[in-house]
Design a protein around this ligand. Structure first.
Ligand code: FES
Ligand code: FES
Length: 164
């Protein structure tokens, strides 16, 4: 039985109790270091790179800029929710097919961002794709293959799949 006195977060459809947390810490820290959800990456911790992107009440945010205390009782979706364990979403598959992953550090944040984008725009132009991912920095790929992956994923994207 969940203890209402214990701090908890609603993450990926589950109510997770947080042990030894300080509610002034960032949601990114709590997700990774308290809850073991390592998919959201920690690069800049300043809201600059997008590698920690998650959905908070269906809004795309940088988890490094959200205080854990302010996320209590809200609906959090991380990269771990994008596809059932052992399977890939169409966006993930498109990244693999196009070679859009090199070191992979930017990939989780990009995937969450693109999922949110394609839920709203199923037939994007290249300009719209580039604008949508402009908050996600990738130092490896030059973005061309990422744009191609989004194009391919847009053809088969299923809004009901994964994180939104
Ligand atoms: S780690 Fe959050 S935006 Fe860079
Ligand atoms: S693949 Fe290395 S930062 Fe994007």
């Amino acid at each position: 039985m969940p203890n209402d006195e214990q701090p908890h977060l609603n993450v990926n459809g589950k109510r997770l109790t947080i042990q030894k947390s300080w509610f002034g810490e960032s949601l990114l820290f709590t997700l990774r270091e308290r809850l073991g959800l390592y998919g959201s990456k920690n690069a800049c911790e300043q809201g600059e790179c997008g590698s920690c992107s998650i959905m908070l009440d269906e809004t795309l945010v940088c988890a490094c800029l959200v205080l854990t205390g302010s996320a209590t009782g809200r609906d959090i979706k991380t990269i771990e929710s994008l596809a059932p364990e052992g399977s890939l979403s169409t966006i993930q598959q498109a990244f693999i097919d196009t070679g859009a992953i090199q070191c992979g550090f930017c990939t989780p944040g990009l995937l969450i961002t693109i999922k949110d984008f394609l839920d709203e725009n199923t037939d994007p132009t290249e300009l719209e794709i580039r604008e949508a991912i402009s908050g996600n920095l990738c130092r490896c790929t030059g973005y061309g293959r990422i744009v191609e992956a989004v194009r391919i994923a847009s053809k088969t994207h299923d809004e009901s799949q994964g994180a939104s």
